[in-house]
Write a protein that binds this ligand. Sequence first.
Ligand SMILES: [Zn+2]
Length: 86
Amino acid sequence: MKPQMEETEFWVGTFHGSHDGLPAKVTATRDDTRPEPYVWTCTCGASPSFPTEHGVWSTAWRHTHPTCFDRLRSLAARLFSARTAR
Ligand SMILES: [Zn+2]
């Protein structure tokens, strides 16, 4: 899958990892025409944006390499939202 790049968009970095038992790939890009130039998008659909490059690397790496604590937290969040959905 080739990510679609705008002309003003620059490739910043790619992270490979996994979460939820599936392989995940995060692509970070910079586009100065956006209000928050730095964005990373994951194959799972997540795409947070950042005003500066600071924050991109740690969050992208963390997203593709969740710790046990992150896994428990996302599991708890899923259980909680499942319970409140009814
Ligand atoms: Zn993801």
